[in-house]
Design a protein around this ligand. Structure first.
Ligand SMILES: Nc1ncnc2c1ncn2[C@@H]1O[C@H](COP(=O)(O)OP(=O)(O)OP(=O)(O)O)[C@@H](O)[C@H]1O
Length: 239
């Protein structure tokens, strides 16, 4: 097996008396999409915060392509190829679409920001909206723009926190299709936190399930979905 694009080992995060994340380990191979699911409050966003550098883990280690980045901040980890999106989009509503994707590409260190932005916009079927002001886009288009902003600069790893939030079923499936195609094409690894479990099981190569800050299952989607503990803790009998 090749060197993992990302490895998190024994992450523990304490908020005062609450242990929000308790010894979580996971790895992403190049080009792998790993779903990270669990009930509300299970610790999914906190894991993403710890991996991205937004929150320093109390204990544990984060390695990016073999390099220990545990002591680096968000900007330093971004420069090493770790990108993320947030539950709420981080687009600039008053700015033109192409302009802001080019700016993001430039800030992410792309050698040719204009070309990189053009390619990502094209891949996400947003090229025709390049001159539109982002705030005028439909919500589904804004979500795709958010993904474009995270994708430029050729990151090795993308942390996505509920990218389908608020989308219709069709828009979710469209975004999932884009994600699957883009990750394959660009060899970017994705850690996908998403409440729509059908989307997660549909596009992920592997799935990790958290409950009360701990990993209760991890592996191929079909095996995880069939795991009695997962069904009991999270999916319910209808899953
Ligand atoms: N800033 C904070 N201060 C104190 N406790 C927090 C803080 N942020 C999160 N928590 C607690 O940490 C635990 C994990 O929260 P987290 O938001 O990571 O879960 P989640 O799985 O992402 O939930 P959701 O699906 O609702 O987004 C919860 O018990 C939450 O109440």
């Amino acid at each position: 097996m090749s060197q993992p694009a990302l490895q998190a080992e024994g992450l523990t995060i304490q908020y005062g008396g609450v242990r929000a994340v308790d010894g979580v380990s996971l790895a992403l191979q190049p080009g792998e999409i790993r779903g990270l699911i669990g009930p509300n409050g299970a610790g999914k966003s906190t894991v993403i915060d710890a991996i991205s550098g937004r929150r320093r883990a109390t204990t544990g280690r984060v390695t990016l392509r073999g390099e220990d980045v545990s002591r680096l901040d968000v900007v330093q980890r971004r420069a090493r190829g770790l990108s993320r999106s947030f539950q709420r989009t981080s687009i600039f509503a008053g700015m033109q679409v192409r302009e802001q994707v080019e700016l993001a590409a430039h800030r992410s260190g792309a050698a040719d920001a204009a070309a990189d932005a053009a390619e990502v916009l094209d891949e996400l079927e947003l090229a025709h909206l390049g001159k539109a002001v982002a705030g005028d886009l439909g919500y589904g288009e804004q979500r795709r723009l958010d993904l474009a902003l995270a994708l430029v600069g050729a990151p090795a790893v993308l942390l996505l926190d509920e990218p389908m939030a608020g989308l219709s079923v069709k828009e979710s499936h469209d975004l999932a299709r884009h994600l699957r195609r883009l990750t394959g094409k660009r060899e970017v690894s994705v850690l996908l936190v998403e409440h729509d479990v059908d989307v997660v099981f549909g596009i992920s190569h592997s799935v990790t399930v958290l409950e009360l800050g701990r990993v209760i299952a991890s592996g191929e989607p079909a095996a995880v979905r069939a795991d009695p503990r997962v069904r009991e803790a999270y999916l319910g009998s209808a899953a």
